[in-house]
Design a protein around this ligand. Structure first.
Ligand SMILES: *Cc1c(COP(=O)(O)O)cnc(C)c1O
Length: 395
């Protein structure tokens, strides 16, 4: 089959520095500069964007719910003239955040009731979620932990580190610790290393991982020094959070590459978001770009029932439909597991298109990705030993 010979469009585009800085900014590549110069006020937003009235009202509201903060790097990805820009919708507050649907909750995953120690969520038998900070590089408007992050929410995150370490030491059934928050990669190298070193001193903790959006919001933070430190604590895995292919700039790709080169297996956790990535083409582009960055799509989350997020939620039917357009049609490695984190603390439940049409003790009837139907027999019990099989055994 002959292929059209049109030149391939570049998949990764650098966005630094774009309209944020018309003249080169000498400190752009320094993560502390990025942190210090985050967009946090209406006045700075107004300098760079034509805000809609929904956004303007949302920004004023944000101060009492979930802070506004966007790194210059990420802010630079926003399409200035497009209020529906998928980057913009993730980080610029809107007045719809003031609306709580009847199902919305402050703590949709029931974390507070599963904390044996303040800051340590123990919901599954062998693994825990360790909330090590309440700050992120930028704030996602659909944050599942908005009740405790960013410093302006209704609750404060109090993590009792010493008690958490003692709990982990005592509970020998725990083999997996997930550092999250907030974002653990906002801690200094030495603070993060102190935590990792302490965890590595607990012999039954086999598997450490960090859930982080820093490589996407603040790729400058992924310094060679950080990577050198992290690689001492293997096996250390990382889950990043990318929702839209546009977020994978050359800077982000290179930061992810530095992590992968440090031997850190990378997974991605996306949230299915209305008008942002609830679209099969966008999702396919995203997961293919992730593979190019050596990131394995891990989970696709149905958006939690967090207060003020109903404008960003899309239907479960849409999520299933998207997975159905992927399975069989592209690399299995590219396909995330779609999950619902069951409201109230049930944990993550896999949600799959239905490929099983019929199942009894004798057979299962299945369909494949093309809709073709197949029958697969269950194993039949072997006939009881007879004269013939006895002969075979003694031969
Ligand atoms: C998501 C989560 C984990 C990790 O779950 P995996 O399916 O192993 O990735 C652990 N604890 C809590 C409380 C979680 O929400």
């Amino acid at each position: 089959m002959s292929q059209p010979t049109a030149a391939l469009a570049p998949r990764f585009i650098s966005h630094a520095p774009g309209y944020w800085a018309t003249a080169p900014t000498p400190h752009w590549d320094e993560w502390h500069w990025q942190q210090r110069n985050r967009v946090t006020t209406l006045a700075v937003l107004d300098q760079h964007l034509q805000l809609t009235s929904e956004e303007r009202a949302g920004v004023l509201l944000a101060g009492s719910k979930l802070a506004l903060a966007v790194t210059p790097h990420y802010f630079n990805l926003i399409e200035r003239d497009n209020p529906d820009c998928p980057i913009r919708r993730q980080v610029i507050p809107r007045i719809e955040e003031a609306y709580d649907s009847p199902y919305d909750m402050a703590d949709p995953c029931g974390e507070d009731s599963h904390m044996p120690v303040p800051g340590l969520v123990h919901r599954y038998p062998d693994r825990v979620l360790f909330l090590v900070t309440d700050r992120c590089a930028s704030y996602c408007r659909y944050c599942t932990r908005s009740r405790v992050v960013s410093g302006v929410g209704e609750q404060e995150l109090v993590t009792d580190f010493e008690e958490a370490f003692r709990y982990l030491e005592k509970n020998t059934g725990i083999r997996d610790v997930l550092l999250s928050g907030g974002d653990a990669l906002l801690l200094s190298d030495s603070r993060l290393e102190a935590i990792l070193k302490r965890l590595r001193g607990i012999p039954h903790l086999e598997f450490l991982r960090i859930g982080t959006r820093v490589p996407i919001f603040l790729p400058q933070r992924i310094t060679p020094a950080l990577c050198e430190m992290l690689r001492k604590y293997h096996p250390l895995w990382m889950s990043v959070h990318v929702n839209h292919p546009r977020e994978l700039t050359t800077e982000v790709r290179d930061a992810l590459g530095r992590l992968a080169d440090s031997g850190i297996p990378l997974g991605n956790q996306s949230v299915l978001l209305k008008g942002i990535n609830d679209n099969a083409e966008v999702m396919r582009d995203l997961i293919h770009k992730l593979l190019l960055c050596r990131v394995r799509p891990y989970y696709l989350y149905q958006c939690d029932l967090i207060r003020g997020s109903s404008h960003l939620r899309t239907s479960v039917a849409k999520g299933i439909e998207i997975i159905e357009t992927l399975r069989g049609f592209t690399s299995g490695y590219a396909i995330p597991q779609y999950v619902i984190d069951a409201p109230g603390g049930g944990g993550k439940v896999p949600i799959n298109p239905n490929y099983v049409l019929y199942h009894d003790t004798e057979k299962i009837v299945i369909r494949n990705y093309e809709g073709k139907i197949f029958e697969y027999p269950e194993p039949i019990a072997l006939p009881v030993a007879n004269h013939h099989s006895a002969e075979l055994l003694s031969a």
